[in-house]
Design a protein around this ligand. Structure first.
Ligand code: AHR
Length: 521
């Protein structure tokens, strides 16, 4: 939850320097639009792990096939089969970690199907996402090579629902054993003598649902069983970091059931929570009511992070388990024609979506001490994606509003999050977060209101700013988006910000995400 205080408390704890005394009257218009924020530079929360900006790619719709992977012989410009624009845009953004191959797909995926000569790989049916024939041309080697190309750390989701401990342990050996075993030799023969050094391993996905419809006790038994063999698969200096299937949203019953079934030294390293912010409208047809209902769900996610963290901490050594928001983002009502043309769960990203991304990323900064990793769903073409293509055959590739929201938060990576206090903690008011290192303070502000332009005064405690620059992502129309015809309708723009004797002042128009980078004196 955001650390907030009432207007009265704010006035009492703030040095009595009013906005009016700092700027000529009238500069910021209606004072009822003014918002005050206190940033406590010495009150450190924790590291903004770059992994908070992680991504997820599933064999679903046109995320992998046609999105990331077009094949080496495609007329679409590509680098060894990877869509060139996807590679270029993701490199520019930087993808700290990429989770694959699902999602629901993971618990029906058998890794052996995706190695060896592509022409000889078996054809399977993707039962979760439309019953199409999966030719397995994108497998482990193709995924790892993509990660290397964009600079992402690979995160493999293993099959618990329909797989076995032996199958998953062999996948670990195939990936990580340096040389000499038959599996390592097979990897070398398939083109990769060097081990892949995969550290992150998901032990099932949504095991309460598409990953086997288990009860938490049954899943805990399975996790321990898989864990015995996976933990021992500590090859070539890469210790597997095992991620357990955690709750849907804030489901405490699931989390307690799983944790009660753990034993000392058998606990997971990570605990995967899924938190989608569902919306009742199609992406470009939101109303103020449906938008507000969806954006308000981000506050519920923040509460879930706080409560699930506390739940884990209640167990012996529970505080060493990394809480992972493994799938998150806005999940709108799909448009059947778009799904037909462009693939399952293809979803436009609008200014509303970008505001949602900003709210989520602010939460991760504010709860930096409680989180290990967060992966938005999904990287290309599916749900709240960073990039969209016009179908698997389409030549267009555009950066979505969500891509630009992530760009705005990039300067926070590897900085230390510090406490920020806002006057109003309601889910649909100003959202703020800040981080710093020795030289710079980074402040991100989100105005989720569609009907109110704000004027923001940030008072910085325990630090002095010398100069600042800001960038903004904004459109007054919550349904506005980047399209194949107008790919640059909503992009980052420079935005005025004033350094004052006490901090910063800036305008925050309705529906905007802003990041300020300020030099520390
Ligand atoms: O991201 C789409 C789906 O949502 C995933 O396959 C599943 O894990 C979740 O229910």
């Amino acid at each position: 939850m955001s650390f907030s205080m009432s207007r009265r408390q704010f006035a009492a704890t703030s040095a009595a320097l009013s906005l009016a005394s700092l700027v000529p009257s009238g500069l910021f218009g209606d004072v009822s639009n003014s918002r005050r924020v206190v940033i406590r530079a010495n009150s450190e929360i924790g590291l903004v792990r770059p992994e908070f900006h992680g991504q997820f790619a599933e064999h679903l719709g046109s995320c992998v096939y046609g999105g990331i992977w077009v094949g080496k012989d495609s007329p679409i410009p590509n680098i060894n089969g990877y869509r060139r624009e996807v590679v270029d845009y993701l490199r520019e953004l930087g993808v700290p970690v990429l989770r694959w191959p699902g999602g629901c797909f993971a618990d029906d995926y058998h890794w052996r199907d995706g190695v060896g000569p592509a022409a000889q790989r078996p054809k399977r049916v993707n039962i979760h996402w439309g019953g199409y024939v999966e030719d397995n041309s994108f497998g482990t080697h193709e995924f790892i090579a993509f990660c290397r190309l964009i600079g992402a750390e690979p995160y493999l989701a293993g099959n618990v629902g329909s797989g076995s401990p032996a199958e998953m342990r062999q996948w670990v050996e195939y990936c990580n054993y340096p040389s000499g075993s038959s599996l390592a030799e097979e990897r070398a023969a398939n083109g990769s003598p060097e081990p892949f050094h995969v550290r992150y391993w998901g032990v099932g996905n949504e095991s309460w649902g598409c990953g086997g419809a288990m009860d938490p006790e049954g899943y805990a038994d399975l996790f321990r069983r898989f864990g015995v063999y996976l933990r021992a698969s500590h090859f070539g200096g890469t210790r597997p970091f095992l991620v357990a299937s955690g709750p849907n949203r804030n489901d405490a019953r699931w989390s307690r059931g799983v944790m009660d079934g753990m034993r000392p030294r058998m606990q997971p390293d990570g605990f995967s929570m899924h938190y989608y912010e569902n919306g009742a409208s199609a992406p470009t047809e939101f109303t103020p009511e449906t938008m507000n209902a969806q954006l308000a769900r981000f506050a519920d996610m923040e509460q879930a992070i706080v409560q699930q963290r506390a739940l884990l901490n209640g167990y012996d050594h529970g505080d060493s388990i990394g809480l992972i928001v493994d799938e998150w983002g806005v999940w709108d009502r799909m448009i059947p024609e778009e799904e037909r043309n462009y693939g399952r769960l293809w979803q436009q990203s609008t200014m509303r979506s970008a505001v949602g991304a900003g709210l989520g990323l602010n939460i991760f900064n504010r709860q930096a001490d409680k989180l290990f990793m967060c992966n938005i769903a999904q990287i290309v073409n599916v749900l709240q994606s960073l990039l969209l293509t016009d179908g698997p055959e389409g030549r267009h590739c555009i950066r979505t509003t969500t891509y630009y929201a992530f760009m705005l938060f990039k300067p926070h990576r590897a900085k230390t999050a510090v406490r920020v206090e806002t006057e109003d903690s309601s889910p649909l008011d100003l959202s703020a977060s800040a981080s710093k290192d020795d030289r710079e303070m980074v402040v991100s502000l989100v105005n989720p209101r569609y009907d109110l332009d704000m004027n923001v005064e940030c008072r910085i405690e325990d630090a002095r700013l010398t100069q600042a620059t800001a960038q903004i992502l904004h459109d007054a129309d919550y349904n506005a988006c980047n399209t194949f015809d107008h790919p640059d309708r909503i992009t980052l723009k420079d935005h005025p910000v004033h350094v004052t004797t006490t901090g910063l002042q800036l305008d925050l128009p309705r529906l905007s995400v802003v990041t300020v980078r300020a030099a520390l004196g």
